[in-house]
Design a protein around this ligand. Structure first.
Ligand code: AMP
Ligand code: GLY
Length: 425
């Protein structure tokens, strides 16, 4: 099978690497890809949101299957468009992808079907939202932009002043664009956070190995939210009991709820969960693999990914058995100085490949998130630049190897967290 992956980040690199292991894969393409992905797949200058461009590329290269990885093209109906043109895809259609692209939709879905989540109200106007927050008088309070905001549209306000600022920047200054036209104001929950990705074909649901993201930019979970600064898998807080409850109270009810709404979800469903004192609750859904969750979960997958994605597309996931390695994995993201704010691009990266450098270390994989390859060198080309990932017999081993790899790589202003996997649960 010749497969086309859509996207250009570390997640897409992890997907490409896993597909490359499959004996069933012929040619592997990725658009637009990046400097590192181009080592593993044939990349092309087609934007992830360019439906006509992607279709033309798929036709020109006669690909057999398309894996749509990022949220925006899913929300924009890339899968609907390609399937209509006869290309089988991995990923939900636009109606199903709304579980991520509208927080208002997903919150209302959970309320309607009794899926545990934080209590909330939806607001279109800043004054009404602020009046509600004042009347509740409970801080911190969580304010979320309705639409997609690169994982950054969530503000945890510690007092009324911060809440007022957050509402102003989302609803008046429109820092997240139209995503902030409506906001969800919700109760602040506490407890360890767990990400569980799951394959589903709309009937069967197979949870993947659990993971933990580190969303804040700086050590000690301080600073602004980012797309994710590092991950570990498995998540030590995710006990068998928690897994059982999540399956019963959250995962299966979500699949059923989407069917009942006429929005059958096929692809990878991302559950962002909090294990609160009252039990597991949903913090957010995503309609795709997490980034950098994919970078720690996929290396632990022992079943051929091609078998899984074709089973999902053909709605026979219930017939296959998926195996996971007992090893642990860790990913440390190296980002550009200034991320998630503004940052420079085009800085030379050293220490990646060659003798004794990061990519050659046993058990280590370097996933490229924002890099460009030119004249024999890699240059930075995005906020998150690299995800240095390692497998180990224990989480400690994996972390040690991932950080050793980080130590071998350098570019000016490189920023990374030193405490991935060290959170007290
Ligand atoms: P989200 O983009 O919805 O995942 O939110 C980003 C981060 O904000 C989450 O990973 C949580 O750490 C935090 N967060 C979101 N909602 C809540 C909540 N209701 N209570 C506490 N923390 C939250
Ligand atoms: N790492 C969180 C996300 O992909 O949304």
């Amino acid at each position: 099978m010749d497969i086309l992956v859509i996207g250009s980040g570390g997640r897409e690199h992890a997907i490409v690497r896993k597909l490359k292991e499959s004996p069933k894969v012929g040619k592997l393409y990725c658009v637009p890809g990046n400097g590192g992905i181009a080592r593993d797949a044939i990349c092309g200058p087609v934007g992830a949101m360019d439906k006509e461009g992607v279709l033309a590329f798929a036709r020109e290269h006669k690909v057999d299957f398309v894996f749509v990885a990022p949220d925006d093209p899913l929300a924009a109906g890339m899968v609907d468009f390609l399937e209509e043109a006869g290309f089988p895809c991995f990923g939900p259609n636009a109606k199903a992808a709304e579980i991520e692209s509208s927080k208002v939709f997903s919150k209302n879905l959970m309320k309607k079907y009794g899926i545990p989540t934080a209590a909330y109200e939806v607001f279109q106007g800043r004054e009404a939202a602020l009046a509600y927050i004042r009347q509740q008088g409970k801080y911190p309070v969580v304010i979320k932009a309705d639409g997609l905001a690169l994982g950054k549209g969530v503000i945890i306000a510690q007092d009324e002043g911060e809440a007022a600022d957050a509402l102003r920047s989302m609803m008046e200054d429109k820092v997240f664009g139209e995503s902030g036209a409506r906001v969800v104001v919700e109760e602040f929950l506490t407890g360890p956070e767990v990400t569980v990705l799951a394959f589903t074909d709309g009937e069967a649901l197979c949870p993947m190995a659990s993971s933990m993201d580190h969303k804040q930019a700086y050590d000690g979970d301080k600073g602004p939210n980012t797309g994710g600064m590092g991950t570990i898998s498995p998540n030590p807080a995710y006990t068998e009991e928690a897994a059982r409850r999540c399956m019963e109270e959250i995962f299966l009810p979500t699949v059923k709820a989407m069917n009942a709404e006429g929005r059958k979800f096929k692809g990878c469903l991302y559950f962002g969960l909090m294990l609160t004192p009252e039990g597991p609750k949903v913090i957010e859904y995503n309609s795709r693999f997490g980034d950098p969750e994919a970078q720690v979960v996929l290396p632990r997958l022992e079943t051929d990914l091609v078998d899984i994605i074709t089973a999902v597309a053909e709605e026979r996931l219930g017939k296959i058995h998926i195996k996971w390695s007992g090893k642990a994995s860790a990913c440390v993201v190296m980002a550009s100085g200034g991320y998630p704010g503004s940052y420079p691009k085009g800085l030379e990266i050293t220490g990646l490949d060659g003798n004794g450098q990061a990519a050659g270390m046993p058990g280590v994989t370097v996933y490229h998130a924002g890099t460009r390859w030119e004249d024999g060198k890699f240059y930075t080309n995005g906020g998150r630049v690299l995800g240095l990932t390692a497998l180990g017999d224990t989480l400690e081993d994996a972390l040690q190897a991932a950080y050793e790899a980080v130590g071998r790589v350098a570019f000016d202003g490189a920023m990374y967290r030193r405490d991935i996997g060290r959170r007290k649960l």
